[in-house]
Design a protein around this ligand. Structure first.
Ligand code: MN
Ligand code: MN
Length: 459
């Protein structure tokens, strides 16, 4: 036999997809990304698209039949979509799981202060960021404030900076002329978490002898616009996210640059593949999109929450099936991004095994670090089953991992699904500059993820 017959060769898959289909799919994704800068925004966008695709909001006890399309929102920050299949839930479901949260700069519980005639917000960063990447870029403010007054609660949506006419916010950086001391520091120490303060204003309030007049003016502005007082920051989820939209990258437009590819570039194909599923699938197909992955998947909206079990338990009970039996026979593609081999930083990767741009949907047998700690690792049998599904439908896929042995590493939500006795394998889109405010993926890999999820649902 020849080397071509015997060797596994990871190579760009441009010849395996219709360029127009790849381009069109990327346009839809970019529009989604621009409207989904927080998990709350992403959920709203998903609901709108799901309803357009015939999905209805599910309530406990609702009668279901094969072909029905349902969704359930978890506290505005997560969403589960399902298409009911022909087979009993006792035979398991085809599950995809991804996350909608992304690293960012959260506004502190009591954020507003004045210093030297300027007003700032104190922040607490969310997720694994390199702090030096966040100063000196335009930021948007997004989220909700629950204004409490006379026993009444009023929820107000906050979105400042998305409209081109809106002002933006920023974290200032030090000028190089005075930064010689800063520049000598280790990169982890050049910027302190307590130094990531957001500039929000400078005009003092009118009226004499007011204390902190600039802070007062900002507070008056917020009060006028949202009806809030300083104490209402306590009941708010406010975040600063990059104030730029997704765009094509490269003279040949093969890449997409944007904020929050991790993990919306897996959430979007996992969800749209389900929405575009035609007819009634053999197995029930479920797409689970969660929050809080970037900080450990804890909490009511994270992957470790019992919310998913409750939803699946409701479906199972209606059929008289045990949830444990359903899980035991289910299979899950845990969809999260992996690192793309970057020739500018070759030392941290292992060429043979790391994901490569344009080589397709990446199957990751295990993540973790230090001797495979913190991973569920997909078994040989499961890897075989999944690659066979992809091959059958001509999906370009590749193997991937997270860097060299002992270089670092990381985890995904896979283990939390596997711990529930669900056969789970990691799969995702390779990313350049992961966790930066502006990440890069290949359009072809995104499209192949969509094709991979479609094949998996139909299998
Ligand atoms: Mn991720
Ligand atoms: Mn991440």
């Amino acid at each position: 036999m020849t080397s071509e017959q015997l060797f596994y060769d990871k190579k760009p898959a441009f010849d395996r997809a219709d360029p127009e289909a790849v381009r069109t799919y990327a346009e839809g994704y970019k529009a989604f990304l621009d409207r989904s800068k927080t998990e709350r925004d992403a959920v709203k966008e998903m609901v709108a698209r799901a309803e357009q695709a015939g999905f209805v909001s599910y309530h406990r006890g609702q009668q279901l039949k094969p072909g029905d399309r349902i969704y359930q929102v978890n506290r505005a920050k997560g969403i589960t979509l399902a298409v009911i299949g022909e087979k009993s839930l006792a035979e398991g479901v085809h599950l995809t799981a991804a996350h909608l949260d992304a690293p960012r700069i959260d506004i502190r519980t009591l954020p507003l202060y004045e210093a030297e005639n300027m007003a700032f917000f104190k922040t607490h960063y969310y997720g694994g960021i390199k702090k030096y990447q966040w100063p000196a870029i335009p930021l948007e403010l997004r989220g909700v404030v629950c204004v409490c007054e006379n026993g009444e609660i009023r929820k107000v949506e906050v979105s400042i900076g998305a409209d081109p006419a809106d002002p933006k916010l920023v974290i200032t950086d030090l000028l190089p002329h005075l930064a010689s001391e800063q520049m000598q520091k280790k990169m982890t120490e050049g910027f302190k978490g307590e130094g990531l303060n957001i500039l929000v204003g400078s005009r003092p309030a009118e009226g004499k002898d007011e204390k902190e007049p600039v802070k007062l003016a900002v507070m008056r502005w917020l009060n006028e616009k949202y009806g809030m007082k300083e104490v209402d920051f306590l009941s708010a989820d406010l975040s600063c996210v990059p104030a730029f939209n997704a765009c094509d990258i490269g003279l040949d437009r093969t890449f997409i640059g944007g904020y929050g590819h991790d993990d919306r570039c897996c959430s979007y194909p996992a969800a749209t593949a389900l929405m575009e599923l035609e007819g009634t699938p053999s197995s029930t197909c479920v797409c689970l999109l969660v929050d809080k992955e970037e900080i450990g998947s804890d909490g009511v909206t994270g992957m470790q929450s019992r919310h998913f079990d409750t939803f699946m338990g409701d479906l199972c009970r209606a059929e008289g099936v045990l949830l444990d039996e359903c899980f035991e026979n289910s299979v899950c593609l845990s969809a999260d991004v992996c690192n793309a081999f970057d020739p500018n930083y070759p030392d941290v990767s292992e060429k043979r095994n790391d994901g490569r741009v344009n080589c397709g949907f990446a199957l990751v047998k295990y993540t973790g670090s230090r001797g495979k700690s913190g991973t569920s690792e997909a078994a040989a049998e499961l890897m075989a089953r999944v690659r066979t599904i992809f091959d059958r439908e001509g999906v370009a896929w590749q193997t991937a991992q997270l860097g060299r042995v002992d270089q670092g590493g990381g985890g995904t939500v896979a283990m939390f699904l596997a711990n529930r006795n669900i056969d789970t394998v990691d799969a995702g889109v390779p990313v350049l500059s992961m966790h930066a405010p502006f990440e890069v993926i290949s359009k072809l890999d995104l499209y192949m993820a969509f094709r991979g999820f479609s094949a998996f649902y139909r299998a």
